[in-house]
Design a protein. Structure first.
Lengths: 365, 410
């Protein structure tokens, strides 16, 4: 049975996850943490890596089901989240339009690389293909080298984040109007609509494509090597003077650095000052200056650094999940304001009987 | 016609820059009425982040501002002025949601914290999106999207692998990620209000939200003490994978072989049957050599044709679309993804439509981003019942306005 209490916002909400790649599993991961009864119908064995499965499957009930039984489960759900290629649901006897006709309140969220229609709908894609086709990759990496893939599985996680939001939004619509919907999410579109100023800039000015800029958009918006790793600064005009005061170089009082237009022409010189300044300081020393001087400094922290953070521990950020290899500590709720509980990690298929009993016992097929 | 899910929901939007406006763009796409509130003295710097020398009222003609603020209404109101604050609280009475992404201390300094808003409307939903949360010893840190990416652990995972250098993503990646989560939080809070009648105060720490996008790296660190590894374009799971230069300037193709079958198909495209039988272990060991074979093939080809040929053979492949080419991509065109909206100051350009395509409710872009203070009369007059004479006095006192009091560089 579910381990969530009545106080959870989504308690009693039934979610069926099908396909089980990163995108669908991540969307349903948040639904599970906020109290939904998430049932994961296992996809291919290699849909997730070992570590992804620990992070994304905890708190879910895991079943093996197919055919008419899976269809019964689908009709017993409030929300279905799936990431199979277009046509996969229909081939399983779960045509979305048919399910929607039979149960109008049902919400179906489909996450695919290119969307349900169009000439590329049937194309094969992995994370790097989606990162490339969404426009993010062309902007990432050093201008002197090939475009770079950001770490992890960002194109797919973006699909999951969008899938989560679309799930709860469409479910709210179903609560208010009695009608759910089928949401068609394309990983390419998830990225193509968030190209910061570069997407709209190229579209509206005719200036051509934005070349990738590595770690230095400009001297005051960059990552630098520091005494014990890497750290960064992102100063807008209103913060530049406070940054200059910290750098303490009298040359920065000159008009060619004070004036934003002239500063752009002297960016290399300013960068040299910043390289020297960062090199003399540790990440902790640099971070300590941020709240005092209201200058946006950052440090490149690793997951281990964050797991050791007293602040994140005090904020109760991390979930702990028992695995056969020990206790995994991992990111918890994406935001505070609702009860979040991360349940245990179940083995694939172990909940098939229980879910059958809870969701469809006595329901005519 | 079927209604959008957030039909009838009104949002007082105090957000600025990118993270918050991205959230409220999504809320508007889903049918909410979003009222963007800026002070004539302290307004959304995105309006003028890109200088437009010689342009009249440049704050109304920024493509950057427009892409992320369409479908919203604009109300200018000086919240630091007692009368402006009082009018804002009257607006809150008529809103379901207030959302802000100020620095952590700002809303309380305006005396507009959750408890104050609740007095105006008992079931109000407040979403705060400070970079490092509203509590804890790091709450005073300030940061934009790239800072969030560094502090979340993600930047430590990105790199070419041969120089140890971590990399940022080419956009302020923390911003839209936090924005998506904030839009989700609003729906969660509306569900809670529907079930319990209660409002919610959401504290959305952008750095923690970002860390949820790399959960498996925390599993690896906590179970086995593994630190970040940089893979460049390669995959820790399968091989070969990478990004390869095509003919033409800065043209690239991403190729990824997950299985023996996909690899055999790729080797077939190269007419290299001698390589077709390589196992995954062998493909990993000889990755450099295979990269050279793929590179020699790709450099002779333009990227669209090469992609189509590989997809035709069943091999995952995709162009590295740049910020220009993506507006001409056949797939996005066929899906009607780009929409040109009329604008009173600007020539229409291709703007992205929603990525949450509700097949039946079919959300459409409705309107360009508002001009500065464009809806002052509608909101103050029609919604709050402030007479014209009084609105005139507010304008003269600089509490409302249709242009910034302090225009300048963002």
């Amino acid at each position: 049975m579910t381990e969530n209490t009545l106080e959870s916002v989504l308690s009693g909400v039934r979610v069926l996850e099908i396909g089980g790649g990163v995108a669908a599993a991540f969307a349903a991961h948040f639904l599970a943490g906020y109290g939904a009864d998430v049932v994961r119908s296992e996809g291919p064995e290699d849909a997730l890596t070992h570590d992804e499965a620990i992070y994304l499957c905890a708190g879910k009930r895991r079943i093996v089901a197919a055919g008419p039984e899976l269809r019964q489960l689908a009709l017993a759900a409030d929300i279905i989240v799936e990431d199979g290629k277009p046509g996969t649901l229909a081939a399983m006897g779960l045509d979305p339009n048919g399910l929607r006709a039979e149960k109008p309140a049902l919400v179906i969220v489909s996450i695919t690389a290119f969307g349900q229609d169009g000439p590329y709908a049937g194309f094969e894609a992995t994370n790097i293909v989606s990162f490339a086709m969404g426009g993010l990759m062309s902007l990432t990496g050093s201008p002197d080298r090939e475009p770079l893939l950001t770490g992890g599985n960002q194109a797919q996680y973006l699909g999951g984040m969008n899938g989560f939001g679309a799930s709860v939004t469409a479910y709210y619509g179903a609560l208010m109007q009695g009608e759910g919907d089928w949401v068609d999410i394309s990983l390419q579109e998830c990225a193509a609509g968030m190209l910061e100023l570069y997407g709209p800039g190229s579209a509206s000015t005719g200036a051509g494509a934005q070349m990738r800029m590595g770690n230095s958009v400009r001297a005051v918006w960059a990552i630098y090597p520091c005494a014990d790793g890497y750290a960064g600064v992102c100063a807008l005009e209103r913060q530049v003077h406070a940054l200059f005061d910290l750098l303490g170089d009298p040359m920065l009082n000159e008009e060619r650095f004070r004036d934003p237009f002239q500063r752009a022409e002297n960016d290399d010189e300013l960068q040299a000052i910043l390289y020297a300044w960062f090199a003399q300081r540790t990440r902790a020393e640099i971070l300590a200056l941020s709240p005092i001087h209201k200058v946006p400094f950052g440090a490149v922290l690793t997951p281990s650094d964050l797991l050791a953070s007293k602040n994140l521990q005090a904020r109760g950020f991390f979930d702990s999940v028992t695995t056969p290899e020990g206790v995994a500590r991992m990111p918890g709720r994406p935001f505070e304001g609702f009860l979040w509980t991360m349940g245990a990690l179940h083995a694939p298929g172990m909940d098939t009987e229980a879910v059958r009993r809870d969701w469809i016992a006595g329901v005519p097929a | 016609m079927k209604k959008l899910p957030l039909d009838g929901i009104r949002v007082a939007d105090l957000t600025m820059m990118w993270a918050g406006p991205y959230a409220t763009r999504v809320l508007a796409e889903m049918g909410a009425e979003v009222i963007k509130v800026e002070s004539p003295r302290s307004w959304d710097n995105i309006r003028t982040l890109i200088p437009q020398p010689g342009k009249d009222d440049p704050w109304n003609s920024s493509y950057y501002f427009n892409d992320y603020n369409r479908d919203k209404k604009s109300l200018t109101l000086d919240l630091a002025h007692p009368r402006g604050r009082e009018l804002f609280l009257r607006l809150v009475e008529r809103c379901d949601v207030v959302i802000e992404n100020y620095r952590a201390d700002v809303l309380d300094k305006l005396n507009l914290g959750y408890e104050v808003l609740r007095q105006a409307r008992g079931d109000i939903i407040l979403v705060s999106m400070a970079g490092f949360g509203k509590t804890g010893e790091e709450r005073g840190h300030v940061g934009f999207g790239p800072i969030i990416e560094q502090m979340s652990g993600l930047a430590s995972l990105s790199g070419y692998g041969d120089d140890g250098v971590p990399y940022k993503t080419g956009i302020s990646y923390g911003d839209p990620v936090a924005g998506l989560a904030a839009a989700s939080a609003v729906a969660m809070a509306l569900i809670k209000r529907h079930r319990t009648g209660e409002g919610t105060y959401v504290d959305l720490p952008q750095r923690e939200t970002m860390s949820t996008m790399i959960g498996e790296a925390f599993v690896a660190a906590s179970l086995r003490g593994e630190g970040p590894q940089h893979y460049g374009g390669r995959s820790p799971r399968w091989a070969p994978q990478g990004v390869y230069r095509c003919s033409g300037e800065e043209q690239w193709l991403a190729i990824s072989c997950r299985t023996d079958g996909e690899w055999a198909a790729l080797a077939g495209v190269f007419a290299r049957p001698d390589l077709a039988e390589l196992s995954l272990a062998e493909r990993r060991r000889r990755h450099d050599e295979l990269d050279a074979v793929i590179a020699a093939w790709a450099i002779e080809r333009e990227p669209l044709g090469a992609m189509m040929q590989l997809q035709g053979a069943g091999v995952p492949a995709g162009r590295v679309l740049d910020s220009d080419q993506i507006h001409d991509d056949p797939q996005l065109a066929a899906r009607g993804y780009w929409v040109e909206l009329p604008h009173p100051r600007m020539t229409p350009w291709k703007q992205p439509s929603t990525s949450w395509r509700l097949v039946e409710a079919n959300p459409q872009l409705r309107r360009h981003a508002p001009l500065f203070g464009e809806h002052n009369d509608e909101i103050l007059g029609e919604l709050l019942g402030i007479p014209g004479v009084e609105r005139q006095a507010l304008a003269e006192a600089g509490i409302i306005g249709d242009s910034p009091i302090n225009p300048g560089v963002g």
